[in-house]
Design a protein around this ligand. Structure first.
Ligand SMILES: [Ca+2]
Ligand SMILES: [Ca+2]
Length: 155
């Protein structure tokens, strides 16, 4: 089963166990367990449509985690769990905004904007997407994808 970045998938195992693969990570579920895995919409560099990244920058990349009907990102995302970069496993988190929360996509729900160290995110020439991984404060895994454009380094 393939899902898009805004789908939420609920899995119920009626007998035995089953293995789930989520964004390349696998987990095993036992009968009787009900889990919800959330793919969240993210916006790399809110306000920029091109999401240009200078791979040699020593700066930070802002990433907005967009709230939706069943996720209030500012209150429900476990900020310390967040990893972001070319594979999604990079320990690149600098900080998340605590004050001045914004509704970056104008849907009436406040979103969570976090900032990630560019060198730690590990983007390379030719990368076309960035992935964010993490979990909610109740332990539900979250993944999000957005496009990036890697700025040619030159020289
Ligand atoms: Ca953007
Ligand atoms: Ca919003």
């Amino acid at each position: 089963m393939q899902v898009t970045p805004t789908n939420t998938v609920e899995v119920t195992v009626v007998s035995g166990t089953t293995t789930l693969s989520i964004a390349g990570h696998t987990t095993t579920l036992s009968a009787g367990q009900v889990q919800t895995f959330g793919s969240v919409a993210i916006d790399i560099k809110p306000g920029s449509a091109t999401n240009s990244i200078h791979p040699r920058s020593q700066g930070k990349i802002p990433v907005a985690i967009l709230s939706h009907a069943t996720l209030d990102a500012p209150t429900q995302v476990d900020r310390a769990s967040l990893t972001f970069g070319r594979t999604g496993d990079e320990q690149s988190l600098a900080f998340c905004d605590q004050d001045g929360l914004e509704d970056v996509n104008g849907d009436g729900r406040l979103d969570l904007v976090c900032h990630f160290h560019t060198p730690a995110a590990g983007f390379r020439a030719g990368d076309t997407q960035g992935m964010l991984k993490g979990q909610t404060s109740t332990g539900v895994p979250l993944t999000g994808l957005d496009a990036v454009r890697i700025v040619p380094v030159g020289r």
